[in-house]
Design a protein around this ligand. Sequence first.
Ligand SMILES: O=C(O)CCC(=O)C(=O)O
Length: 294
Amino acid sequence: MADAPNPFQLPNITKFKIALCQLSITSDKNQNLDRASRSIRLSVEQGAKLLVLPEMWNCPYSSDYFAKYAEDFDNRDASPTLSMLSEAACCHGITIIGGSLPEWDHGRLYNTCCIFGPDGRLKAKHRKIHLFDIDIPGEISFKESDTFTAGDQPTIVDTVGRIGIGICHDIRFPELAALYRKRGVDIICYPGAFNVSTGELLWELVQRARAVDNQLFVATCSPSRNSTGSYTTWGHSTLVGPSGEIIVTSGHEETTVIAQIDYSNIQLQRKSLPLDDQKREDIYKFIDAHELNP
Ligand SMILES: O=C(O)CCC(=O)C(=O)O
């Protein structure tokens, strides 16, 4: 007898709606969870199948809060945030790229993105690989590495297409995006919380660069701006297409952005401009070897 169809088996979806939930974050964790639930519901009502939440959305983005708000993901009873995400993914039959959250694991803190599939199961965890340490005197000083331990794995999940994950500062490193491209990723999702100092000049630039270099989709989701805290986020959650075009972007206020993704544009773009075939690894290798050994 044939197996019963699995209701959670995803057909090969190439066209679907994505939602970027740009949330306002407060110091009240329950309120943050309620806001996220509301935005998830709103996204589903508008037909979204893939949802992205911001970096650090259950907790203010400040070293003073990370440890206090962190949850042990292996102990679901002690992790209201993961329970909510899992229930929402399952009840609505959607994939949630769960932004990022402070995670406790064996006495260490990580900045972690949890990805839930439409059956509500945790499909993967991405721990931020490149921690954000910056010191521009008089402008911004922040040192994630004082608090967090860096992750050491790239993360790819297969749900609505093949999805690569990075968190905020991870977007600055083209090597990670190129690795995802090599492994057949269709879209890279970067929950992020760029700040007003680096955001204006670079946020859009790095997203479009990662998309156009690799001819794939890039989606970002940020918290909305809160100018009263110690860290002022830039906002501007965005979806970029495989030729570097901005499909949709937001301002810095709280909002839910919905957009249509069509993966067939990736193949179109790669066919008309076959960058992969045009690459000259022979020359890059030669230059590398020559510079090391002139
Ligand atoms: O790379 C940047 O300029 C900002 C990165 C950032 O805000 C973060 O990683 O949280």
